[in-house]
Design a protein. Structure first.
Length: 292
């Protein structure tokens, strides 16, 4: 009887856990839809910015803008400070989502340090900040207030000073480590070079535009917008990836809990049936003894 009582307790405990994981799965599903809408809404603007810069880009024009110029390496006397901005979530229970992002950040930091750069970590999200603090690397910038609803203002706060430092020659590069939202079940970690702004891949025949005021003034206005939007996209894609990963993790946990409950109930029923059979045997045996 003691064993069946313990099994009843375990069954109830797993049932309560399943209720929690099921609820978290539903919450993440609801939040994922809104986060995915933000990702989709951000893409056309980013595409338009990239297309305009690509159409106007020339090697001569790039030399006029510090954000487009690649600084000299440390060995050649260039700036040694490099920033890696890591975006993770504030909460766990999302499978390997945060750990994969952290691994990607560690890989990039090691690459830069081997190349002679002094890497400065900027952390967005408690999980990444906490991990590197445990390793003894305190993030120079720590933002845990952005959460899963990032805005363009948040992106501007993160990158405005870094753009000024880069233009002043105090910063060699800025890399953003974030989750690339391909689908709710595919959010691989990726490293995006933010500064210097990479040369556009689309460099064919330049369209015959009538530009007013001029290409240099237009590019001067668009470059900061492009940089801020790249950071914003990293934030919203990571937020969507977090909800997708948590929904998957909680669904798996709910399914596993159901399998455990089924197994425990089967064991409980067998023990209970054995106990009933033993009681019947004892009653039959006692009755037979009385008849003798």
């Amino acid at each position: 009887m003691a064993q069946t009582k313990a099994l009843r307790g375990r069954i109830k405990s797993v049932q309560n856990t399943r209720k929690i994981t099921r609820t978290m799965e539903l919450v993440s599903t609801s939040k994922l839809k809104r986060a995915q809408d933000r990702v989709v809404a951000a893409r056309p603007y980013a595409q338009a910015l990239g297309d305009v810069i690509a159409d106007l880009y020339t090697a001569e024009l790039a030399e006029s803008f510090p954000l487009l110029r690649t600084p000299a390496s440390p060995a050649q006397g260039g700036p040694t400070r490099a920033v890696v901005m890591l975006v993770t979530s504030n909460r766990g229970l999302a499978g390997g989502f945060n750990s994969n992002l952290i691994k990607e950040a560690k890989r990039r930091i090691e690459e830069l340090e081997k190349a002679g750069y002094t890497v400065e970590l900027h952390g967005v999200g408690k999980k990444g900040i906490g991990y590197f603090k445990y390793l003894g690397r305190t993030a120079a910038v720590q933002r845990t207030d952005i959460g899963d609803k990032p805005t363009a203002a948040h992106a501007s706060e993160l990158v405005t000073q870094l753009m000024a430092d880069f233009e002043a020659g105090k910063l060699a590069s800025l890399d953003l480590v974030h989750a690339k939202f391909e689908s709710p079940i595919s959010t691989p970690p990726t490293t995006l070079r933010i500064l210097p702004v990479p040369a556009p891949a689309k460099q064919g025949v330049r369209p015959d535009y009538l530009l007013k005021p001029g290409a240099d003034q237009i590019v001067s206005s668009l470059l900061p917008l492009y940089v801020r939007n790249a950071v914003y996209r990293g934030l919203v894609e990571t937020a969507a990836g977090e909800h997708g990963a948590r929904r998957t993790a909680m669904k798996n946990a709910t399914d596993n809990a159901g399998e455990i409950i089924h197994s425990l109930k089967r064991t409980y029923n067998r023990l209970r049936q054995a106990a009933i059979t033993q009681e019947i045997s004892e009653i039959v045996g006692g009755a037979a003894a009385l008849q003798d």
